[in-house]
Design a protein around this ligand. Structure first.
Ligand SMILES: Cc1ncc(COP(=O)(O)O)c(C=O)c1O
Length: 355
């Protein structure tokens, strides 16, 4: 992409740090898509979709999986598979499922979300226990499930420690509750922890992961769970108009990503760390480096409103996001170490520091 000129020599390439969703399929991924074997997935006959679903289920250690168009639909179907109308699902107060998914669980499933304010996106077992409704009180909606987001977007890509997951799982088990994991970026968590994704997903009954974020596929997420949960989700996907036909052309991109792009997420994490450490040196930047564990960098500014900063950076060819008082930069497949250095120079210039 060609962006505005800088003070040196004319046009420069835009560095897009708005989100890892902006990743483009690589030429090899496009080739895999073009060559995919296809069939009608509403008849269950697309061999590439079937392969992706089997692969995803195996990677997450689950019985079955369902390919869906988005992380939002994966989360919605996960919640609809685990809870019924009139029930409640506990979720962290800044979770994507609560804040950013159009209230789908309430609108379509009659399911209420109970917010628990975690620390850096992580709820304690005690907080979850306290949020569970007493079964013998007819005034209160019964709690059906807990939703955990890993990595946690609003917290800055924070990874749930495995012991925290284990503790929440134990409380859920004590109370007969299910767990849905919004694992949109579960592979970032797995790479950061150095464990297989199924060690993380093993603490949840259903898990959604996205192919279209750091993994670079153009479209798609996968919901994984038991045969029973996936059968229920499949029914809901149909009702939502999400039955798709020769979707193998998209599933092929996902399979290619799973084969080739998971381990390289470590590069995104290293780039995010360099970016965060560089930002921490700039005047007026407040950043919690402990939260920079994966590919998301969130920070606040003491001297400038976030939207003003983001607009000024845009004018110099660096795109980011402003949310609330903060700024978000996300590293991904399209960002090289040299881009990070250029982004830092632009931030320094905007903040009046050294270039
Ligand atoms: C944590 C998290 N969950 C779910 C989603 C939803 O994914 P999609 O945009 O594919 O619906 C996102 C999107 O950014 C996300 O960050």
């Amino acid at each position: 992409m060609v962006g505005p000129g800088d003070e040196h020599n004319g046009p420069v390439v835009t560095i897009d740090l708005r989100s890892d969703t902006v990743t483009m399929p690589t030429p090899e991924m496009r080739r895999a898509m073009a060559e995919a074997e296809l069939g009608d997935d509403v008849f269950g006959e697309d061999p590439t979709v079937n392969r992706l679903q089997e692969r995803a289920a195996a990677l997450m250690g689950k019985e079955a999986a369902l390919f869906v168009p988005s992380g939002t639909m994966g989360n919605l179907l996960g919640v609809l598979a685990l809870a019924r109308s009139g029930q409640e699902v506990i979720a962290e107060a800044h979770s994507h499922v609560f804040l950013n998914e159009g209230g789908g669980a309430a609108a379509l499933g009659g399911i209420q979300i109970r917010q628990v304010p975690g620390t850096a996106g992580v709820m304690t077992a005690e907080q979850v226990r306290e949020a569970i409704r007493p079964l013998d009180d007819v005034h209160q909606p019964p709690t059906a499930a807990v939703c955990v987001e890993n990595t946690h977007n609003q917290a800055g890509g924070v990874v749930w420690p495995l012991e925290s997951l284990r503790a929440v799982r134990a409380v859920a088990d004590e109370h007969g509750l299910a767990i849905h994991m919004d694992g949109a970026r579960i592979f970032n968590a797995a790479v950061a922890l150095g464990v297989p994704a199924q060690e993380i997903a093993g603490h949840a009954d259903t898990v959604t992961f996205c192919l279209s974020k750091g993994l670079g596929a153009p479209v798609g997420s996968v919901l994984c769970g038991s045969e029973e949960a996936i059968a229920r989700a499949h029914r809901w996907r149909k009702a939502l108009g999400g039955g798709w036909r020769e979707a193998g052309v998209l599933a092929a991109a996902g399979l290619w990503a799973l084969d080739h792009l998971v381990d390289r997420l470590a590069e995104d994490h290293a780039n995010a760390r360099t970016l965060a450490e560089g930002l921490a040196e700039l005047p007026g930047v407040e950043i919690d480096l402990e939260r920079v564990q994966t590919n998301i960098v969130r920070f606040r500014l003491r001297t400038m409103a976030a939207p003003v900063f983001v607009e000024a950076c845009r004018g110099l060819g660096v795109l980011g996001g402003a949310s609330g008082h903060g700024v978000r930069f996300v590293t991904h497949l399209g960002i090289e170490p040299a881009d990070v250095q250029r982004a830092l120079a632009v931030c320094a210039r905007v903040l009046g520091g050294r270039c």
